[in-house]
Design a protein around this ligand. Sequence first.
Ligand SMILES: Cc1ncc(C[n+]2csc(CCOP(=O)(O)OP(=O)(O)O)c2C)c(N)n1
Length: 666
Amino acid sequence: MLEHTPKPGSALEPRDLATAIRVLAMDAVEAANSGHPGMPMGMADVATVLFSRFLKFDPADPHWPDRDRFVLSAGHGSMLLYALLYLTGYPDMTLDELKRFRQLGSKTAGHPEYGHATGIETTTGPLGQGLATAVGMAIAERLMNARFGDSLTDHHTYVIAGDGCLMEGISHEAIDLAGHLRLSRLIVLWDDNSISIDGPTSLATSTDQGARFAAAGWHVAKVDGHDPEAVAAAIEAAKASDRPSLIACRTVIGFGASKKAGTEAAHGAPLGADEIAAARRSYGWTHAPFEIPETLLAAWRAIGDRGAETSAVWGARLNAAPKATQEAFGAGQGGPITAEGMAQLASLKAEWLSAKPKIATRQASQKVLDTITPAMPRLIGGSADLTHSNLTRGKGQKPVTAEDFSGSYVHYGVREHGMAAAMNGIALHGGLVPYGGTFLVFTDYCRPAIRLSALMGTHVIYVMTHDSIGLGEDGPTHQPVEHLAALRAIPGLHVFRPADAVETAEAWEIALAAGAAPSVLCLTRQAVPPMERAGAENLSARGAWLVHEPRGKRDVTLLATGSEVQLALSAAQALAEGGVAAAVVSMPCWELFRAQPRDYRRAVLGDAPRVGVEAALRFGWNEWLGTDGAFVGMTGFGASGPAPQLYEHFGITAKAVTDAAKGLLA
Ligand SMILES: Cc1ncc(C[n+]2csc(CCOP(=O)(O)OP(=O)(O)O)c2C)c(N)n1
């Protein structure tokens, strides 16, 4: 039994430090009457070794760019992280916050949410996301290292992942990608406790995880997770490896609880007074709930304070670097989106305003990238193996490889989910802005990570092409019909569906400048004609704008997005010939339109009856149309065939729009 009221000046053992985490986790879960005590109790020894001997961090400068990243992928064990943030001295993680674990308005949310408290590198509620996001962080570290050298970027990404993280499909994509890129700065500490919610993991998996990681090119080690020296030696070896590392840490879930330790009963519920008392006895802990003896707290605080010197030395190195390097690093006002790149984008738009090209919006996007990527070396592109379809690789962009991270284009492979999570990680790491493509229909394959982009407010740009039945022959499996609605349902996400080249350039302009907000660019495979405009204002920034307004009072308003705006314009012409005055509105981004002043929205929408046109389901459109408005679009899945025939077949034509308008006026 260990004595936990150490005399002043007496040396503390790693186990003493770990006990502080364990009791705080038990106490907070008990106070909240909700939460997961087992994982923090099991992994406290491993976390103590990591934080006390390896992790480069500074609670007083939590955003210091060259800090190590720590990702708690097993996010249900959030009390492990909150306890560590408190013990090491992050100013906003107070004891009171621990006492208010899981309460409304506290910093100690059920799962650690990015931005909710300092020191939380990412949100990891949906299992596996943390691990996959960490892969992006480790990619970002190498990208920044290739650009700025060891003196400014030289850190590790550590992950604590559980059995659940490794069972999730996304882990496969993440592990595979990390192994391929030989991300040697990525070290995963697996809480190998053989328990998940339903019981022993043997109920559901027989995988040899070590062999699985090794097959993907990882360095693999196995240790007793309650032996600090063994854990430390394994981390040393991992740091020395030229590959990403998995350290399987054998642990006992709920370590110290008398009956519940080693069982699923310790996973996700308060332990109860008896078990807590027994655990306290087994630790030799005699203190009241939430009470940490001063010497123990001081020892932890000293660990937290250690980073100050390292971060100061780093700061001095940055200050000593040439001004241009400092600015390029992002320490100045420059940031990753350069003024030069934005100016070139503005020139491209100006060129299109006069040349009026009739091209697919994916092609317009390609030209945007050709134009801006040379001037924005920290815009990191990629595609999930659809580069030639998504047109996401800018002229001159070099691929990122295991040997050379100076490029700016990642071949993510056929791993949409892994790509989206990695992009979150790249964005969260800082200094870089990622964009990546796949077909719009496959946003389903990365939706959980897109949702987290929105929840975390990451600056990620999704380039989703082949945005409707307009993609043609690949057929209904590839033709999105519900995806626009599904994406628009995610709070905080900007969903763009530009109608021509200029709107595409504008969408890029907005997405690049968006800062803490993700964007999805939904782009056509097929060519679309240019719209007429009066000036050069970025009208897409208004979310919706009047492409055509009849003289005098309007009889009907036709609202459309993307490739269907041209149908609305043709319909307006036909209606005018029949004496019906129709206004046409392009709506490239609903979210931005909602944010416009009421007068602007009213002026655009008008009072006349409305027809919506979009080659997708009506779901969501009633916000603009009411239930009385008409809609021309899809009512079910698409079909395989040439695009023009599909538009005829599904009745998405100028004539259908004209008829719908007339129907409303009859
Ligand atoms: C995607 C996803 N599915 C399900 C859950 C619910 N869930 C939370 S923890 C957990 C079990 C995790 O087991 P393990 O990683 O072994 O954690 P331990 O029991 O060791 O704490 C599950 C299914 C979740 N958070 N995310």
